[in-house]
Write a protein that binds this ligand. Structure first.
Ligand code: SF4
Ligand code: SF4
Length: 111
């Protein structure tokens, strides 16, 4: 039986839509890595970046501020992740794709 066609790849256009439509989840390991990078304490993390409305303890969500991930920045109109080097594993795994709702929405905005 032939393999199923794989989702087509696409270069990320840095529209930032995925970082506004979703909240990134962080494991304990992600959180430790990010707070070390930022040089802040766990209490700082909770006060500034942890979403206090999320009830699940085993993994947490990064807070949204003004409708987007607290770490979303902009550089000449292009989205940038302020913690790119240490971003959560779920964000590292995320791939842009021409059939993804997020990318399609972003491309429509860029047109
Ligand atoms: S951590 Fe970075 S890549 Fe992940 S959602 Fe936030 S801004 Fe986007
Ligand atoms: S929505 Fe797609 S194109 Fe836009 S930043 Fe995210 S992955 Fe890149």
């Amino acid at each position: 039986m032939p393999d199923k066609p794989t989702q087509k790849a696409m270069e990320c256009r840095r529209c930032g839509t995925c970082c506004t439509m979703h909240q990134a989840f962080v494991t304990e390991e992600d959180t430790r890595r990010i707070i070390n990078y930022l040089g802040i304490t766990m209490d700082n993390w909770k006060a500034l970046y942890d979403d206090p409305h999320w009830w699940f303890i085993q993994y947490r969500l990064i807070r949204h501020i003004d409708g987007a991930c607290a770490f979303l920045g902009w550089d000449g109109g292009l989205a940038t992740c302020k913690i790119h080097e240490v971003k959560p594993a779920c964000c590292s795994r995320w791939q842009a794709g021409p059939n993804k709702t997020e990318c399609k929405k972003g491309m429509a905005k860029l047109k």
